[in-house]
Ligand binder design. Structure first.
Ligand code: BJ8
Length: 423
């Protein structure tokens, strides 16, 4: 990775701090990932992507910029990738999943704020994330209160365009959302100097749909018992989806899915089939947040599905293809994105239906509901989730945590007790 020193310097990174971050990340990755047994061979590619996380991909993004393309940072599933791509741009997910950058954010932001927001903001102000530095601008959204107020502060460090996301799904809200998606398309055209054509838009819609289908195949394979891939590995794939090259990623995920389907035919799994199967539901787990999955799989369980933005919410719906005009295609995009069931919406009954359906589809023995500290929407929504799961006779454990390692011992005790209970 030291080969990239000049590139990182050119991006204005704080090299000293960045070195500490990369060393720590390498050690955590090897600890969490490289000791797993019976991993599918297809994970080799994703190990490689991780080993080059601040190297090769950043180089590719810089090359894209040299050819005149834009790099756009995003923080939320509601920002339509198809439009960024159709305007000749590339998107990178910038949600923060590391404790490393939280202390720097704490010096500026209130302490009682979600760690995902703090981690991302901290990465920018401490200049240790090359993805932030390579981005021409970022897209925020009016989802939770913490995020929408931080965009005002982030804008002082990098141009931040904010999409207004309605908080309900009535007809008037859908109309507003369509207008926002159109305004975003105009913004992308203006920034990139590219007029989006129906042909290019169609091509990009199809590419993103194929990517979502590939991840769906991996998730479908996880429905088998024994499960052919660990929850930690599946989570990694969902995380890498936010920044890897789209077509290469789709190819590699499909290759992995082929292997997993073969494993299922031979009933080859990564764990004993008696392991309790856990559905994790709740807040997104941005890279390198592998904390809960590690605790669960070290405690004798296996994660078989994530009802999460880094999971099912990312790939569950496709944009309708073959609509004739750009206008129709934008409408199809707006419709697809309104089907994401985030707790920032009220009501959000569909998410509860999803959780119960996934428990059945993935044959889960129980649900672990994951809330990041100070995430009020997922925290409060859990009251409804718990009621519904109780009614359906599905065991559930609530975990509220941050990115620090301080509570790992306590989490382990609680998760082990839950796994005993659902055995
Ligand atoms: S669509 S989940 S990516 S908003 S965890 S920052 S909600 S306080 S990330 Fe999200 Fe879009 Fe919704 Fe998904 Fe706020 Fe909660 Fe933190 Fe969150």
């Amino acid at each position: 990775m030291s080969d990239y020193n000049e590139m990182w310097k050119g991006l204005g990174l704080d090299i000293e701090k960045h070195d500490v971050l990369l060393n720590a990340l390498g050690a955590i990755y090897s600890d969490v990932y490289m000791n797993q047994e019976c991993r599918p061979n297809g994970m080799g590619y994703f190990d490689f992507v991780m080993s080059e996380v601040h190297g090769l991909r950043i180089k590719e993004l810089l090359e894209h910029k040299e050819k005149g393309g834009k790099v756009v940072g995003t923080f939320c599933l509601y920002v339509p990738d198809e439009i960024i791509l159709a305007a000749g741009g590339l998107s990178v997910g910038l949600c923060g999943g590391a404790q490393f950058s939280v202390p720097d954010a704490d010096a500026v932001l209130p302490r009682n704020l979600c760690p995902l927001i703090k981690s991302a903001f901290g990465f920018k102000i401490s200049k240790i994330c090359p993805y932030f530095e390579v981005a021409d601008f970022v897209i925020g959204e009016t989802t939770c209160d913490g995020k929408k107020k931080v965009w005002e502060l982030l804008n002082e460090h990098i141009p931040t365009y904010v999409m207004e996301l309605p908080q309900m799904k009535r007809e008037t809200d859908r109309d507003l959302w369509l207008k926002e998606v159109k305004a975003f398309m105009e913004k992308m055209e203006e920034e990139s100097g590219v007029k989006i054509t129906p042909e290019v838009m169609e091509e990009k819609i199809k590419l993103v749909n194929r990517k979502r289908e590939a991840i769906q195949r991996v998730f479908d394979a996880r429905k088998a018992n024994p499960v052919p891939i660990s929850g930690k590995d599946a989570l990694l794939i969902s995380q890498i989806a936010f920044y890897d090259d789209l077509e290469r990623f789709t190819t590699k995920v499909n290759e992995l899915a082929d292997e997993l389907e073969e494993r299922n035919k031979k009933r080859e799994g990564v764990f004993d089939e008696k392991r309790p199967r856990i559905l994790v539901s709740g807040c997104p787990m941005a890279i390198p947040n592998w904390k809960l999955h590690s605790v669960i799989e070290d405690s004798g369980g296996v994660v078989v599905c994530e009802e999460s933005c880094v999971g099912t919410r990312y790939f569950s719906h496709l944009v309708e293809e073959e609509r004739p005009t750009v206008e129709d295609k934008v409408k199809a995009i707006a419709e697809r994105y309104m089907r994401i069931n985030c707790s920032c919406f009220s009501p959000n009954e569909e998410r509860i239906d999803d959780i119960i359906r996934y428990v059945k589809d993935y044959n889960a023995s129980g649900v672990i509901h994951y809330t990041l500290q100070f995430c009020h929407t997922y925290n409060v929504e859990f009251v409804r989730v718990k009621e519904a799961l109780k009614k359906a006779n599905i065991p559930v454990l609530e975990i509220e945590t941050d990115y620090s390692e301080g509570d790992v011992g306590q989490l382990k005790t609680r998760v082990e007790a839950f796994i005993e209970q659902v055995l």
